[in-house]
Design a protein. Structure first.
Length: 143
């Protein structure tokens, strides 16, 4: 594949850069402990995004997170970084959580997570377009 220097590389976080999904992990734990809380958030406006923030903003994994990194993706990004104008991580996970986990790796030019809009699916694409990015390669578990 020939890379265009104006093309961007965009990577997803959960299920791509890391093998698991932190929100799902925390969600199912909460479902067992306080199912009524999930129902309460489900009926609120932006409830799922608010729940994500509640579960992940201050979350610190209790296991070595290095075990869940997708090293094939990380190595590929490191090897191919020079072929792109910039590399970005854009995630539906809360911004503060993603930045705390990913920025120390120092492999992305910028890291973006959800703030007021859940950057998932079409909303992620709209966010990319608002950044002025027209051509990009996407590494993720969603089309």
């Amino acid at each position: 594949m020939i890379y265009h220097p104006k093309m961007y590389l965009i990577c997803d976080f959960d299920g791509t850069l890391v093998k698991n999904d932190f929100f799902e992990e925390r969600f199912f734990k909460l479902l067992l402990e306080k199912p009524w809380l999930i129902i309460w958030y489900g009926f609120q406006r932006n409830g799922w995004l608010r729940l994500k923030h509640r579960l992940l903003d201050d979350y610190v994994p209790q296991y070595d997170s290095k075990l869940i990194w997708n090293h094939k993706i990380i190595d590929w990004i490191k090897e191919n970084h020079k072929n792109y104008q910039a590399t970005l991580l854009i995630s539906a996970s809360p911004d503060s959580f993603v930045k705390r986990i990913v920025e120390p790796m120092d492999i992305f030019d910028s890291v973006h997570g959800s703030l007021t809009i859940n950057l998932k699916g079409v909303e992620k694409l709209r966010f990319i377009q608002k950044l002025g990015i027209k051509q990009f390669v996407y590494i993720g578990d969603s089309s």
